[in-house]
Design a protein around this ligand. Structure first.
Ligand code: NAD
Ligand code: TYD
Length: 339
């Protein structure tokens, strides 16, 4: 089996690469990543010498490049993680989200169609459902919840998600889609809530909490997401959407307080700042379909996952300190510059 993993130098994609190489020693993984600000080649250090792993730098939205890549490799499946992923950046500059997230998805699927109808998995998000009210804890997102987005990020992901469904219906492309809740764990870029708060707390800097901090996210340890995609690409029904999440709802302010307490820091570091525009109130996944059909359930609950995550950031300071200093962006030139 030869798998193209796009966006594999990012947070979830890299964890997926590790999971797959570890679990399937006979599979070949080609990791394609454009190394945007969010891609970090040093994350993949431990697998660079693995004979079953190959890294390729390139843009999923560049159709000439993508077609050449597909001419040169016979992929059995494509798993598309590559995307612009940060809501705040999408509010500052929506355009790049449209290109990477929508055009890029279309280019990849056309390459799949033109190279023998290759199996395609789209890593989508629960943000395509918009948000739920705080006063209705009984409501959860199911796969049938209407798509109803809030931010340019979620809209671009919804556009891609719908495009993937249309390629199945119109062209018969063998696709699956996973819509996952917020992930956390190792190699999470320190602009997102949990790693940002850990790094700021360790530096003794103010922790910026948007609005009143009562917004709720449904947190999933990244390894559990990777296992879910693994079961979907092996056993999922073609053409289907699977929600991925695990009843781990937490408010932002509670998370920030847990992080401060575990690091022995004062809550005086909390700073309530201007709310995000269009800020979604609550996300909550109903994972019944993937659990009953494919037997997947999360194995790491938040109390354990946050401990593991904080320990990882304490033990891997160089990884995130290099990001904050910008040093990680020289890594590609060091590795490949002279080749
Ligand atoms: P990330 O920002 O950490 O990683 C994205 C990776 O994609 C980076 O390595 C970046 O260099 C690469 N990339 C971006 N544009 C590219 C392009 N045009 N061509 C090639 N590579 C490109 O994001 P993440 O948190 O790992 O998210 C991965 C995927 O999972 C995204 O599609 C995201 O929408 C989805 N998702 C994320 C979460 C979450 O909580 N992080 C939850 C649900 C779904
Ligand atoms: P984020 O990690 O950006 O993920 P998403 O917006 O995709 O859910 O943000 C998670 C929550 O944390 C969200 O409600 C916004 C909030 N947040 C803050 O309060 N302060 C911050 O500095 C950041 C980055 C996020």
């Amino acid at each position: 089996m030869k798998i193209l993993v796009t966006g594999g130098a990012g947070f979830i994609g890299s964890n997926f690469v590790f999971h797959m190489l570890d679990k399937y020693p006979n599979y070949e993984i080609v990791c394609l990543d454009n190394l945007t600000y969010a891609g970090n080649l040093s994350t993949l250090d431990s697998v660079m010498k693995n004979p079953n792993f190959q890294f390729v730098k390139g843009d999923i939205a560049d159709s000439t490049f993508i077609n050449e890549l597909f001419d040169n490799h016979k992929f059995d499946i494509v798993v598309n993680f590559a995307a612009e992923s940060h809501v705040d950046r999408s509010i500052e500059d929506p355009q790049i989200f449209l290109v990477a997230n929508i055009i890029g998805t279309g280019v990849l699927m056309d390459a799949c169609r033109n190279h023998g109808n290759i199996r395609y998995h789209q890593v989508s998000t629960d943000e395509v459902y918009g948000d739920l009210p705080l006063d209705r804890p009984d409501l959860l997102f199911t796969e049938n919840t209407p798509i109803h987005t809030s931010s340019p990020y979620s809209s671009s992901k919804a556009g891609a998600d719908l495009l993937v469904q249309s390629y199945h219906r119109t062209f018969g492309l063998p696709i699956t889609i996973s819509r996952c809740s917020n992930n956390y764990g190792p190699y999470h870029f320190p602009e997102k809530l949990i790693p940002l708060m850990i790094s700021k707390a360790l530096a003794g800097e103010k922790l910026p909490v948007y609005g009143d901090g009562l917004n709720i996210r449904d947190w999933l340890y990244v390894e559990d997401h990777c296992k879910a995609i693994d079961v979907i690409i092996h056993n999922g029904r073609i053409g289907e959407v699977y929600n991925v999440g695990g009843h781990n709802e937490m408010s932002n302010i509670d998370i920030v307080k847990i992080i401060l307490s575990k690091l022995g820091k004062s809550e005086d570091l909390i700073s309530y700042v201007t709310d995000r525009k269009g800020h979604d109130m609550r996300y909550a996944i109903d994972p019944t379909k993937i659990t009953t059909e494919l037997g997947w359930a999360p194995t790491t609950m938040f109390a354990d996952g946050i401990e593991k995550t904080i320990d990882w950031y304490l033990n891997n300071r160089t990884w995130w300190e290099n990001i904050i200093s910008g040093e990680y962006q020289n890594y590609y030139n060091e590795m490949y510059g002279k080749k």
